[in-house]
Design a protein around this ligand. Structure first.
Ligand SMILES: *[C@@H]1O[C@H](CO)[C@@H](O)[C@H](O)[C@H]1NC(C)=O
Ligand SMILES: *[C@@H]1O[C@H](CO)[C@@H](O)[C@H](O)[C@H]1NC(C)=O
Ligand SMILES: *[C@@H]1O[C@H](CO)[C@@H](O)[C@H](O)[C@H]1NC(C)=O
Ligand SMILES: CC(=O)N[C@H]1CO[C@H](CO)[C@@H](O)[C@@H]1O
Length: 489
């Protein structure tokens, strides 16, 4: 749990208040009789607690998921972000109702020849025949490093993108904007609306976090992306005229977001570079000074985070509610606000059971053995002993600016010049599946050095707190004005 330490009464009261609000929202939903088959905008009661922006009613949010993850990952969306989104639809590879929300099968219109002949549709056909009951999650996700890629749900996902765009347009032909997110994408709705309102929705627009495969530039799906109505119309019109071609193209490519990007490129709609507003990383794994396109996040407004787990969803959601209550309409929420309120106090000299994702220089017997004599003699005494204890690992980090954080597990010291929050680690994750969005194999908890008490802790992390202060000071000074830059040009 991220919030395990020092939960003050104020936080408890806030959590209690939020749960009451959520309970009321769920209760009112259950009793508002909306037939799932007839698309209808969310009722007013569900949005009463949310800050409204005029554009909000003209945006359809499309959440894309799959049968293997929907039960686990959708509920937190219904309980948090989606309570403030007036109009949304959920697309999957299987039709079902989850907690009273209808989930559509977005693949039902795919060409029958494809469904009968392309291997990944075996999984889909089985879902159609017998639903989730006969899914074997163990074999679905696999356990080897290739487990994620072999996940048939993941392979099927690339087929969803173009039909999803087409069906979303049919679902809300008059929406000005369509925003596409995934089940582990956290979206700051208010900032999304502020950002969209900076563009002329009567023009074709494709806004995303850049990614390349070959020479195709496209918006990365997990980071979320947006299309204006004219862009939707243009690309679906084109797709409908070239369906067989796109089926063949999709079959040989592996990423659906790329296939959609290719279609948009074909019709001459260029992606607009929305980094750092849209993030491919989570609150836990992002480097707070990551630099892309010559931009760093600090001064700007965040719109999405990807790979967000339930704990991070709830953490960011309660922060967002509180922040909007205090800053109603007067300020834009920026990365540095999140860092200062949510991240900074968690960066302590020492955190138990915490994996800080220090991916820089590593010290261990094994690593030392790999060094040449010259390299070894270049190490300081502190570095040569870094793997022997948590304290020595810290000393090694302190001895080598700009090292700002480190983590220690018996016999291994990892350091990093990049600042990341990291995640609670009750046991060390040996294998993380991106498709499953979770740790699929964790190692046995290691004992303490003296071999007496077997603690369940395997990873401990720490930060060089004085360097964190300098880091914050320096990044604050990089913003144009005390108000910050907020939006990229
Ligand atoms: C389905 O795909 C096959 C093979 O590409 C094609 O010959 C056929 O015309 C397609 N059917 C429809 C209804 O589009
Ligand atoms: C898409 O837009 C281009 C440029 O405006 C236009 O030439 C083309 O006909 C449009 N295609 C469709 C299918 O609407
Ligand atoms: C943040 O990144 C930029 C670009 O790489 C760099 O110039 C700057 O020194 C970094 N700031 C800190 C505090 O690390
Ligand atoms: C001490 C320790 O376990 N550090 C870990 C920090 O995170 C990286 C990346 O996840 C791991 O490789 C390290 O082992």
């Amino acid at each position: 749990m991220l919030l395990r330490k020092g939960s003050q009464p104020r936080k408890l009261r806030l959590a209690l208040l939020i749960s009451v609000v959520i309970a009321l929202v769920l209760f009112s939903r259950r009793y508002s009789v909306i037939s799932p088959a007839i698309p209808a905008p969310r009722s007013e009661s569900a949005t009463h607690a949310c800050q409204k922006l005029p554009l909000g009613d003209d945006v359809l949010v499309v959440l894309r998921t799959g049968a293997t993850e929907a039960l686990e990952k959708l509920p937190v969306h219904f309980q948090t972000i989606l309570t403030c989104v007036p109009d949304y639809v959920v697309y999957s590879d299987m039709e079902e109702d989850i907690e009273g929300h209808h989930v559509y099968d977005v693949l039902d219109q795919i060409n029958d020849t494809i469904k009968d002949t392309v291997p990944e549709f075996k999984f889909y056909n089985r879902l159609r025949a017998s639903g989730r009951r006969r899914l074997n999650y163990q074999t679905m996700f696999g356990s080897g490093p290739s487990g994620a890629v072999e996940n048939p749900g993941w392979k099927l996902d690339k087929w969803k993108f173009l039909p999803m765009v087409d069906q979303a347009l049919q679902y809300r032909p008059n929406a000005k904007w369509f925003v596409f997110v995934e089940s582990d994408t956290y979206m700051i709705w208010h900032n999304m609306l502020e950002y969209l309102s900076r563009f002329d929705a009567s023009r074709p627009h494709y806004l995303g976090k850049h990614m390349y495969i070959g020479d195709v530039l496209f918006a990365h799906g997990g980071s979320g992306f947006a299309l204006s109505n004219p862009a939707m119309r243009n690309v679906t019109g084109y797709w409908r005229e070239h369906r067989d071609e796109f089926d063949r193209y999709t079959e040989k490519e592996w990423a659906g977001d790329m296939v959609l990007g290719k279609a948009l490129k074909d019709v001459g709609i260029d992606m607009r570079w929305a980094f750092p507003h849209l993030q491919g990383d989570s609150l836990a794994t992002m480097d707070w000074n990551v630099s892309k396109l010559g931009r760093e996040p600090w001064c700007y407004a965040p719109i999405t985070f990807h790979h967000m787990n339930k704990v991070e969803f709830n953490m960011l959601w309660s922060f967002e509610r509180e922040w909007h209550r205090r800053n109603r309409g007067v300020a834009t929420l920026r990365f540095r606000d999140i860092f200062k309120s949510l991240v900074r106090h968690r960066l302590q000299p020492e955190r138990e059971d915490w994996d800080n994702i220090s991916t820089g220089t590593k010290y261990s017997d094994e690593a030392l053995a790999k060094l040449s004599d010259v390299e070894r003699s270049g190490l300081s005494a502190a570095e040569r002993e870094a793997h022997l204890s948590f304290g020595r690992c810290r000393t090694a980090c302190e001895s080598r600016p700009p090292c700002i954080q480190f983590s220690y597990t018996t016999g291994k010291c990892s350091t990093s010049n990049e600042l990341r929050l990291g995640r609670a680690a009750d046991s060390q994750c040996l294998e993380y599946s991106n498709a499953a969005g979770k740790c699929v194999k964790s190692g046995p908890a290691e004992g303490e050095d003296d071999g007496t008490v077997k603690r369940t802790s395997s990873v401990r992390s720490g930060w060089v707190v004085s360097r964190v202060s300098d880091y914050v000071k320096s990044l604050d000074q990089s913003c144009d004005s005390p108000e910050g830059n907020d939006w990229v040009k």
